[in-house]
Design a protein around this ligand. Structure first.
Ligand SMILES: Nc1ncnc2c1ncn2[C@@H]1O[C@H](COP(=O)(O)OP(=O)(O)OP(=O)(O)O)[C@@H](O)[C@H]1O
Length: 284
Protein backbone atom coordinates (compact mmCIF):
# COMPACT_ATOMS: atom_id res chain seq x y z
CA UNK A 1 0.00 0.00 0.00
CA UNK A 2 1.49 3.30 -0.95
CA UNK A 3 0.72 6.94 -1.45
CA UNK A 4 -2.99 6.82 -0.58
CA UNK A 5 -3.02 10.63 -0.64
CA UNK A 6 -2.64 10.49 -4.41
CA UNK A 7 -5.74 8.32 -4.80
CA UNK A 8 -9.39 9.13 -4.31
CA UNK A 9 -10.59 8.59 -0.75
CA UNK A 10 -14.17 7.54 -1.49
CA UNK A 11 -13.59 3.99 -2.76
CA UNK A 12 -13.18 1.22 -0.20
CA UNK A 13 -10.28 -0.16 -2.21
CA UNK A 14 -8.64 1.33 -5.24
CA UNK A 15 -5.70 0.31 -7.38
CA UNK A 16 -3.80 2.21 -9.97
CA UNK A 17 -1.60 0.50 -12.55
CA UNK A 18 -1.46 -2.57 -10.32
CA UNK A 19 1.12 -4.95 -11.76
CA UNK A 20 1.99 -8.38 -10.37
CA UNK A 21 4.71 -10.72 -11.53
CA UNK A 22 4.83 -14.48 -11.22
CA UNK A 23 6.83 -15.09 -8.04
CA UNK A 24 10.57 -14.93 -8.65
CA UNK A 25 10.21 -13.81 -12.28
CA UNK A 26 9.51 -10.67 -14.26
CA UNK A 27 6.67 -12.42 -16.06
CA UNK A 28 3.47 -10.41 -15.55
CA UNK A 29 0.38 -12.07 -14.13
CA UNK A 30 -1.48 -8.75 -14.13
CA UNK A 31 -0.49 -5.53 -15.87
CA UNK A 32 -1.61 -1.99 -15.07
CA UNK A 33 -4.93 -2.83 -13.49
CA UNK A 34 -6.97 0.19 -12.45
CA UNK A 35 -9.72 -0.92 -10.13
CA UNK A 36 -12.02 0.49 -7.51
CA UNK A 37 -14.99 -0.55 -5.46
CA UNK A 38 -17.35 1.92 -3.82
CA UNK A 39 -19.38 1.46 -0.63
CA UNK A 40 -22.41 -0.78 -1.22
CA UNK A 41 -21.38 -1.86 -4.73
CA UNK A 42 -21.45 -5.45 -5.98
CA UNK A 43 -18.53 -5.86 -8.36
CA UNK A 44 -17.73 -9.17 -10.00
CA UNK A 45 -14.45 -10.09 -11.63
CA UNK A 46 -14.73 -12.56 -14.49
CA UNK A 47 -12.11 -14.01 -16.81
CA UNK A 48 -10.73 -17.31 -18.06
CA UNK A 49 -8.74 -19.68 -15.88
CA UNK A 50 -5.36 -18.24 -15.06
CA UNK A 51 -6.36 -14.70 -16.05
CA UNK A 52 -5.32 -13.33 -12.67
CA UNK A 53 -8.64 -12.99 -10.84
CA UNK A 54 -7.51 -14.52 -7.54
CA UNK A 55 -4.18 -12.70 -7.82
CA UNK A 56 -6.03 -9.40 -8.16
CA UNK A 57 -8.11 -10.16 -5.09
CA UNK A 58 -5.05 -11.13 -3.08
CA UNK A 59 -3.16 -8.03 -4.17
CA UNK A 60 -6.09 -5.77 -3.33
CA UNK A 61 -6.23 -7.33 0.12
CA UNK A 62 -2.49 -6.83 0.61
CA UNK A 63 -1.77 -10.56 0.63
CA UNK A 64 0.52 -10.38 -2.37
CA UNK A 65 3.39 -8.03 -3.27
CA UNK A 66 3.03 -5.65 -6.20
CA UNK A 67 5.73 -5.43 -8.86
CA UNK A 68 4.56 -1.85 -9.44
CA UNK A 69 1.50 0.33 -9.07
CA UNK A 70 -0.52 1.32 -6.04
CA UNK A 71 -3.27 -0.08 -3.87
CA UNK A 72 -5.12 2.05 -1.34
CA UNK A 73 -7.58 0.69 1.20
CA UNK A 74 -9.77 3.04 3.16
CA UNK A 75 -8.54 3.56 6.71
CA UNK A 76 -10.31 1.27 9.17
CA UNK A 77 -11.80 -0.86 6.41
CA UNK A 78 -13.28 -4.12 7.75
CA UNK A 79 -13.16 -6.93 5.23
CA UNK A 80 -14.92 -10.29 5.39
CA UNK A 81 -13.05 -12.71 3.14
CA UNK A 82 -14.25 -16.02 1.76
CA UNK A 83 -11.20 -17.57 0.07
CA UNK A 84 -11.30 -19.75 -3.02
CA UNK A 85 -10.23 -22.85 -1.14
CA UNK A 86 -10.56 -23.89 2.45
CA UNK A 87 -8.52 -26.96 3.31
CA UNK A 88 -10.39 -29.02 5.87
CA UNK A 89 -8.31 -31.45 7.82
CA UNK A 90 -10.80 -34.29 8.03
CA UNK A 91 -8.69 -35.94 10.70
CA UNK A 92 -9.50 -33.11 13.11
CA UNK A 93 -13.17 -32.94 14.01
CA UNK A 94 -14.54 -29.44 14.08
CA UNK A 95 -18.04 -28.19 14.62
CA UNK A 96 -19.52 -25.26 12.76
CA UNK A 97 -19.73 -23.40 16.07
CA UNK A 98 -16.01 -23.82 16.76
CA UNK A 99 -15.12 -22.90 13.19
CA UNK A 100 -17.04 -19.64 13.55
CA UNK A 101 -14.81 -18.72 16.51
CA UNK A 102 -11.64 -19.00 14.42
CA UNK A 103 -9.63 -16.89 14.42
CA UNK A 104 -11.74 -14.49 16.53
CA UNK A 105 -13.83 -15.81 19.36
CA UNK A 106 -17.53 -14.97 19.08
CA UNK A 107 -20.47 -15.54 21.42
CA UNK A 108 -23.10 -18.21 20.88
CA UNK A 109 -25.61 -15.49 20.08
CA UNK A 110 -23.32 -13.91 17.48
CA UNK A 111 -22.62 -17.29 15.90
CA UNK A 112 -26.27 -18.25 15.74
CA UNK A 113 -27.20 -14.80 14.43
CA UNK A 114 -24.71 -15.13 11.58
CA UNK A 115 -25.94 -18.62 10.71
CA UNK A 116 -29.53 -17.41 10.72
CA UNK A 117 -28.63 -14.49 8.48
CA UNK A 118 -27.11 -16.83 5.91
CA UNK A 119 -30.06 -19.21 5.96
CA UNK A 120 -28.55 -22.08 7.96
CA UNK A 121 -29.82 -21.57 11.53
CA UNK A 122 -29.11 -24.33 14.02
CA UNK A 123 -26.11 -25.78 12.20
CA UNK A 124 -23.71 -24.89 15.04
CA UNK A 125 -23.34 -28.39 16.52
CA UNK A 126 -22.80 -30.06 13.13
CA UNK A 127 -19.38 -31.26 11.98
CA UNK A 128 -17.99 -29.27 9.05
CA UNK A 129 -17.35 -32.50 7.19
CA UNK A 130 -21.05 -33.35 7.35
CA UNK A 131 -22.22 -30.24 5.52
CA UNK A 132 -23.38 -30.10 1.95
CA UNK A 133 -21.49 -27.81 -0.43
CA UNK A 134 -24.22 -25.19 -0.22
CA UNK A 135 -24.35 -25.33 3.56
CA UNK A 136 -20.58 -25.03 3.79
CA UNK A 137 -20.56 -21.94 1.57
CA UNK A 138 -23.21 -20.37 3.80
CA UNK A 139 -21.15 -21.16 6.89
CA UNK A 140 -18.11 -19.53 5.26
CA UNK A 141 -20.24 -16.49 4.48
CA UNK A 142 -21.56 -16.45 8.05
CA UNK A 143 -17.99 -16.44 9.35
CA UNK A 144 -17.07 -13.59 7.00
CA UNK A 145 -20.05 -11.58 8.27
CA UNK A 146 -19.07 -11.90 11.91
CA UNK A 147 -16.64 -8.98 11.67
CA UNK A 148 -19.49 -6.74 10.46
CA UNK A 149 -17.52 -5.98 7.29
CA UNK A 150 -17.76 -2.91 5.09
CA UNK A 151 -16.63 -5.15 2.24
CA UNK A 152 -17.25 -8.82 1.58
CA UNK A 153 -14.72 -10.49 -0.69
CA UNK A 154 -15.68 -13.85 -2.16
CA UNK A 155 -13.44 -15.83 -4.48
CA UNK A 156 -15.60 -18.22 -6.51
CA UNK A 157 -18.11 -18.71 -3.69
CA UNK A 158 -20.40 -21.04 -5.62
CA UNK A 159 -17.83 -23.59 -6.72
CA UNK A 160 -19.37 -27.04 -6.65
CA UNK A 161 -22.95 -25.86 -6.19
CA UNK A 162 -25.72 -26.88 -8.55
CA UNK A 163 -27.63 -24.26 -10.53
CA UNK A 164 -30.42 -23.72 -7.98
CA UNK A 165 -27.77 -23.53 -5.26
CA UNK A 166 -25.87 -20.90 -7.24
CA UNK A 167 -28.98 -18.79 -7.79
CA UNK A 168 -29.93 -19.08 -4.11
CA UNK A 169 -26.42 -18.11 -3.01
CA UNK A 170 -26.38 -14.98 -5.15
CA UNK A 171 -29.82 -14.09 -3.85
CA UNK A 172 -28.38 -14.39 -0.37
CA UNK A 173 -25.48 -12.11 -1.27
CA UNK A 174 -27.91 -9.49 -2.51
CA UNK A 175 -29.98 -9.85 0.68
CA UNK A 176 -26.85 -9.43 2.80
CA UNK A 177 -25.89 -6.33 0.87
CA UNK A 178 -29.37 -4.90 1.35
CA UNK A 179 -29.41 -5.69 5.08
CA UNK A 180 -25.87 -4.67 5.97
CA UNK A 181 -24.94 -2.16 3.27
CA UNK A 182 -21.68 -4.05 2.75
CA UNK A 183 -20.02 -3.82 -0.63
CA UNK A 184 -19.30 -7.14 -2.32
CA UNK A 185 -16.31 -8.03 -4.47
CA UNK A 186 -16.60 -11.44 -6.09
CA UNK A 187 -14.75 -13.65 -8.49
CA UNK A 188 -17.13 -15.85 -10.41
CA UNK A 189 -17.51 -18.13 -13.38
CA UNK A 190 -21.31 -18.17 -13.06
CA UNK A 191 -21.67 -15.55 -15.71
CA UNK A 192 -25.39 -15.71 -16.27
CA UNK A 193 -26.10 -15.13 -12.61
CA UNK A 194 -23.31 -12.56 -12.38
CA UNK A 195 -25.06 -10.58 -15.07
CA UNK A 196 -28.18 -10.38 -12.93
CA UNK A 197 -26.57 -9.76 -9.56
CA UNK A 198 -23.67 -7.37 -10.14
CA UNK A 199 -23.62 -3.60 -10.31
CA UNK A 200 -20.41 -3.76 -12.31
CA UNK A 201 -18.46 -6.50 -14.06
CA UNK A 202 -14.73 -6.40 -14.68
CA UNK A 203 -13.36 -8.76 -17.31
CA UNK A 204 -9.74 -9.71 -16.74
CA UNK A 205 -7.26 -11.44 -18.94
CA UNK A 206 -3.89 -10.42 -17.55
CA UNK A 207 -5.20 -6.86 -17.82
CA UNK A 208 -8.65 -5.28 -17.73
CA UNK A 209 -10.20 -6.26 -21.07
CA UNK A 210 -13.39 -4.40 -20.37
CA UNK A 211 -15.71 -3.38 -17.60
CA UNK A 212 -19.15 -1.92 -17.26
CA UNK A 213 -22.63 -2.42 -15.94
CA UNK A 214 -24.04 -5.86 -16.71
CA UNK A 215 -27.24 -4.21 -17.89
CA UNK A 216 -25.30 -2.35 -20.48
CA UNK A 217 -23.25 -5.35 -21.54
CA UNK A 218 -26.37 -7.50 -21.77
CA UNK A 219 -28.02 -5.10 -24.22
CA UNK A 220 -25.23 -5.54 -26.73
CA UNK A 221 -26.35 -7.82 -29.59
CA UNK A 222 -23.07 -9.71 -29.29
CA UNK A 223 -23.81 -10.44 -25.66
CA UNK A 224 -27.29 -11.76 -26.42
CA UNK A 225 -25.95 -13.91 -29.20
CA UNK A 226 -23.21 -15.25 -26.98
CA UNK A 227 -25.22 -15.81 -23.82
CA UNK A 228 -28.25 -17.30 -25.44
CA UNK A 229 -26.19 -20.38 -26.11
CA UNK A 230 -25.65 -21.54 -22.52
CA UNK A 231 -22.20 -22.77 -21.70
CA UNK A 232 -20.88 -22.06 -25.16
CA UNK A 233 -22.09 -18.49 -24.84
CA UNK A 234 -20.58 -18.28 -21.38
CA UNK A 235 -17.16 -19.12 -22.72
CA UNK A 236 -17.69 -16.68 -25.52
CA UNK A 237 -17.84 -13.75 -23.10
CA UNK A 238 -14.10 -13.92 -22.99
CA UNK A 239 -14.01 -13.48 -26.74
CA UNK A 240 -16.57 -10.69 -26.85
CA UNK A 241 -14.11 -8.16 -25.57
CA UNK A 242 -11.88 -8.96 -28.49
CA UNK A 243 -14.32 -8.81 -31.36
CA UNK A 244 -17.15 -6.46 -30.48
CA UNK A 245 -17.94 -3.20 -32.15
CA UNK A 246 -18.04 -0.27 -29.75
CA UNK A 247 -20.34 1.63 -32.11
CA UNK A 248 -23.08 -0.66 -30.84
CA UNK A 249 -22.70 0.96 -27.43
CA UNK A 250 -23.52 4.58 -28.15
CA UNK A 251 -23.80 5.63 -24.51
CA UNK A 252 -20.54 4.07 -23.41
CA UNK A 253 -18.79 6.63 -21.29
CA UNK A 254 -15.27 5.22 -21.65
CA UNK A 255 -14.65 6.72 -18.30
CA UNK A 256 -12.71 4.38 -16.10
CA UNK A 257 -12.76 6.67 -13.15
CA UNK A 258 -16.49 7.15 -13.29
CA UNK A 259 -17.32 3.51 -13.99
CA UNK A 260 -20.83 4.77 -14.60
CA UNK A 261 -23.72 3.37 -16.56
CA UNK A 262 -22.58 2.25 -19.94
CA UNK A 263 -18.92 2.45 -19.05
CA UNK A 264 -16.88 0.16 -21.20
CA UNK A 265 -13.22 0.60 -20.73
CA UNK A 266 -10.10 -1.05 -22.02
CA UNK A 267 -7.01 -1.39 -19.95
CA UNK A 268 -3.53 -0.58 -21.16
CA UNK A 269 -2.11 -3.28 -23.36
CA UNK A 270 -5.50 -4.59 -24.43
CA UNK A 271 -4.76 -5.68 -27.94
CA UNK A 272 -8.20 -6.12 -29.41
CA UNK A 273 -9.79 -4.18 -32.16
CA UNK A 274 -10.69 -0.70 -30.90
CA UNK A 275 -13.29 1.10 -32.96
CA UNK A 276 -12.86 4.19 -30.81
CA UNK A 277 -9.10 4.33 -30.86
CA UNK A 278 -9.22 8.10 -30.54
CA UNK A 279 -10.34 7.65 -26.93
CA UNK A 280 -7.62 6.42 -24.67
CA UNK A 281 -8.77 5.35 -21.21
CA UNK A 282 -7.97 8.20 -18.87
CA UNK A 283 -5.98 7.66 -15.72
CA UNK A 284 -8.24 7.28 -12.70
N1 LIG B 1 1.97 -18.87 -6.08
C1 LIG B 1 2.09 -18.87 -7.41
N2 LIG B 1 3.23 -19.23 -7.98
C2 LIG B 1 3.40 -19.20 -9.33
N3 LIG B 1 2.44 -18.85 -10.20
C3 LIG B 1 1.27 -18.49 -9.67
C4 LIG B 1 1.01 -18.47 -8.27
N4 LIG B 1 -0.25 -18.05 -8.06
C5 LIG B 1 -0.78 -17.83 -9.28
N5 LIG B 1 0.12 -18.08 -10.24
C6 LIG B 1 -0.08 -17.94 -11.69
O1 LIG B 1 -0.64 -16.67 -11.92
C7 LIG B 1 -1.60 -16.76 -12.96
C8 LIG B 1 -2.93 -16.23 -12.46
O2 LIG B 1 -3.44 -17.10 -11.45
P1 LIG B 1 -4.79 -16.78 -10.69
O3 LIG B 1 -5.00 -17.88 -9.69
O4 LIG B 1 -4.76 -15.40 -10.21
O5 LIG B 1 -5.84 -16.89 -11.89
P2 LIG B 1 -7.43 -17.04 -11.84
O6 LIG B 1 -7.95 -16.15 -12.90
O7 LIG B 1 -7.93 -16.80 -10.46
O8 LIG B 1 -7.62 -18.54 -12.27
P3 LIG B 1 -8.82 -19.59 -11.98
O9 LIG B 1 -10.03 -19.13 -12.71
O10 LIG B 1 -8.27 -20.86 -12.55
O11 LIG B 1 -9.01 -19.65 -10.48
C9 LIG B 1 -1.67 -18.23 -13.38
O12 LIG B 1 -0.89 -18.40 -14.54
C10 LIG B 1 -1.06 -18.96 -12.22
O13 LIG B 1 -0.44 -20.12 -12.65
Amino acid sequence: MSAPDTLQSDPLIQSRALTIHRPGTSEPVLSHVDFRILPGEIVTVVGPNGSGKSSLIRALLGHMPLASGQVARRAGLRIGYVPQRVQLDTAIPMTVRRFLSLPTRVSDAQAEGALARTGVPGLGPRQLTQLSGGQFQRVLLARALLSDPHLLVLDEPTQGLDQPGIVAFYQLIEDVRRQTGAAVLMVSHDLLVVMRSSDRVVCLNGHVCCEGTPQHVSTAPEYRALFGAGAEGTLALYRHSHDHDHDLMPDASHDHAAGGAGAHVHGPGCGHDHHHSDKAAPAP
